[in-house]
Design a protein around this ligand. Sequence first.
Ligand code: ZN
Length: 128
Amino acid sequence: MITIKTKERIEIVDITEDVQSLVSKSDVKDGVAIVYTPHTTTAIIINEAERGLMDDITSIIQKIVPQNSYKHDRIDNNADAHLRAVILGNSVVVPVTNGKLDLGTWQRIMFVELDGPRSRRVLVKVVK
Ligand code: ZN
């Protein structure tokens, strides 16, 4: 498990090294790593962790799902965060080859906070 303390309402955190560290501790040399967030207002994505692109992603998410009046807001006023999480997805599966995450050259595994700041968990299961 990885724990993350986010600082902003919307924030992208590169967790590739944390995931690789858990893969390295497992016995599995060839299989898959399942990276899963158990929260309803966070997401997991794979893409390039270039600062400008990360800003572009947070910007486009807010354009696609603007702050608005949603039905869920009567409960806890964070419907936009849930809807953004639905669009991005809450897990990724990465091949593990020779004990390493088999990512493309520019691919990174990123945790997306959508209703921070909060303390969050990411579960990693390495399966043969
Ligand atoms: Zn809510």
